[in-house]
Design a protein around this ligand. Structure first.
Ligand code: ARG
Length: 570
């Protein structure tokens, strides 16, 4: 049982003496962390009890404080309608460190998700487009959520819902047939495909029959024509080969790449179902689901020519995922500019009568701009993700060469640090906030950054290496060595880590983990500067080494959960 649950237990026990009924679980949920640490480690608000006990909250707080006793309690003080607790610090140290070191790689993990499946749709890149920094958030928020859900015992399915369907691919094939060459596209990859697409538009301006040709090629893809599919699949392969380099750098992988074109032969069911349920209406020759009653524009299902749309494919994909994975939740990590699309298509699923519409969730996030301007490939305001990662790695290499030239595994460390710096920038703030990408900020390694947190982890590792041959480690820990204010801050942060994971998952908000590991690194560094760790009295040194061991484990886990590696030496 963690410290918070035990506080809740003896509080609930004390409350029975007042004839107040509040189950331990509820008491635990009510416990707050006071804004000013000097006020206490936890605070219990008495407002909820006022009605039950017919007494003013401050009086209840007062009475509770007089009754509370526990060896774990150092002090309880009434403040307004709150009881503020100070936990016995030596006790806190022993409990918190014991909990981490009992299973250092599993601290905060649970089995609450056993038997439940979460589908996560993220990254979902488009064919023939290069990965740019605008794709970093969806990729890393999704990746981090996947790890968080895994850590809490859920079964996860990560899906890259490829944008691999649309008339533009017909145009691209048409351009390739006219002006392209196998070698050129093979060598140039996405850039060559983009050039073909641009050429198509230039030429079509004077030669409108090209548009018809493009449409015809697209139809051939849809109908499964061998030649069309061969070229299209090759374009796809080239795009994915490019993306794979970025995914490898980021350590990201997917269980499924079933994207829009995967549903080409699965469109009949949703369309027939919509029609049979009387949901389709004609509008200017197109088929739509009217959503006016819900304050939304109609959801387009079929175009005049019978072609399906993005939303139709998402309806099909949702049905398919429910059938295939029987998910308990299906998350879509997509920027907020698609907010309306998701609200519309979730509503369509609801109108189709599927109760699991409530398990579909749009995990939206802010837009990325580049040095104050919106991203635009056309205007050259774009930073390719691979370039950003490689530049950060280069900078990390330069710093290592200067500061720790003797470091073994330098290339590996530089990759971990450089990639970490960029990833951290994407997961630092609440996901809904817009991000403005600046080179100097992404390449900043000081202050609140991944390298700073990673460095703290490496510092812990280095201390622990020194301590292995130290006899101090062998002494019985003297927990009174961890009753100072700096140690207390570290211990409280560690003790709250499991709750932070719970909240991060409840809100689908990885930045909560980022913030918490950063606070922990800062608190530990403060402790490190104020106290000698290896050469105190033997028992005290042992306690401080154990604290260091716990910090190292929690930072490593926290970084892992946001997709950042933790080098042991830097
Ligand atoms: N490929 C789309 C885009 O880049 C994102 C797809 C998101 N997933 C989905 N099921 N709609 O905008």
């Amino acid at each position: 049982m963690d410290i918070k649950s035990r506080i809740a237990a003896w509080l609930a026990e004390t409350l029975t003496a007042f004839d107040a009924k509040l189950p331990t679980e509820q008491v635990r949920a009510l416990l707050e962390v006071p804004p000013d640490p000097a006020m206490g480690d936890y605070a219990f608000p008495c407002f909820l009890l006022a009605k039950q006990l017919r007494k003013a909250p401050p009086l209840i707080a007062q009475a509770l404080c007089e009754k509370l006793t526990s060896p774990e309690l150092a002090e309880a003080r009434p403040v307004g309608g709150y009881v503020n607790f100070h936990i016995n610090r030596a006790n806190l140290a022993q409990e918190v460190i014991g909990a981490v070191l009992a299973a250092p790689d599993a601290y905060g993990s649970t089995t609450q998700g056993a038997g439940k499946t979460i589908c996560l749709d993220y990254s979902s890149i488009n064919i023939a487009k290069r990965f740019h920094i605008g794709h970093l958030s969806t990729t890393m928020i999704g990746h981090s959520l996947r790890r968080l859900y895994d850590y809490l015992g859920y079964q996860t399915v990560s899906i890259n819902h490829l944008g691999d369907w649309g008339t533009q691919f017909g145009k691209m094939i048409c351009a390739y047939k006219h002006w392209g060459s196998k070698q050129e596209v093979e060598a140039g990859g996405i850039d060559a495909m983009t050039a073909l697409y641009v050429r198509f538009h230039d030429e079509a301006a004077n030669n409108p029959t090209l548009e018809d040709e493009g449409r015809a090629w697209f139809k051939r893809i849809e109908e499964g024509d061998a030649e069309a599919l061969e070229i299209f699949n090759w374009f796809k392969e080239l795009t994915l080969r490019d993306a794979a380099r970025v995914y490898d750098l980021l350590g990201v992988s997917f269980d499924s790449y079933a994207g829009e074109s995967f549903f080409n032969d699965k469109m009949d069911r949703p369309v027939a179902e919509l029609r049979n349920k009387g949901l389709l209406q004609e509008s200017d020759g197109a088929q739509v689901v009217d959503l006016e009653a819900y304050g939304m524009p109609p959801c387009l299902i079929l175009k005049q020519d019978g072609a399906t749309l993005y939303a139709t494919r998402d309806v099909a994909a949702a049905l398919y995922r429910k059938d295939t994975y029987d998910f308990d939740k299906c998350l879509y990590v997509v920027a907020y500019h698609q907010d309306l699309h998701f609200r519309q298509f979730f509503k369509v699923i609801e109108l189709m009568g599927y109760p699991w519409h409530k398990d579909l969730e749009h995990v939206s996030f802010g837009m990325v701009s580049y040095e104050g301007q919106s991203l635009s490939t056309r205007k050259g305001h774009v930073v390719y993700l691979e370039e950003a990662l490689l530049r950060a790695i280069e900078k990390a290499e330069a710093i290592i060469a200067e500061k720790s030239p003797g470091l073994e595994a330098r290339t590996e460390a530089a990759r971990q640090i450089g990639v970490g710096a960029v990833v951290y920038a994407a997961l630092q703030n609440n996901r809904i906030k817009d991000i403005d990408f600046w080179w100097d900020r992404a390449l900043n390694f000081d202050g609140e950054t991944a390298p700073y947190v990673q460095y703290t982890h490496a510092r812990c590792c280095s201390l622990l290496r020194k301590a292995t041959d130290d006899s101090a480690r062998m002494a019985q820990p003297d927990w009174t060595g961890l009753t100072d204010e700096e140690a207390r801050q570290v211990l409280l942060l560690i003790s709250r880590f499991p709750d932070v994971l719970q909240e991060a998952v409840a809100r689908n908000e990885p930045s909560m983990v980022t913030r918490h590991v950063t606070l922990l690194a800062q608190a530990y560094n403060k402790f490190y500067y104020e106290h000698r760790i290896l050469d105190g009295a033997p028992g005290v040194a042992t306690a401080r080494i154990k604290l260091t061991e716990a910090v190292r484990a929690v930072i490593k886990t926290g970084l892992y959960l946001i997709g950042i590696e933790a080098p042991e030496r830097m």
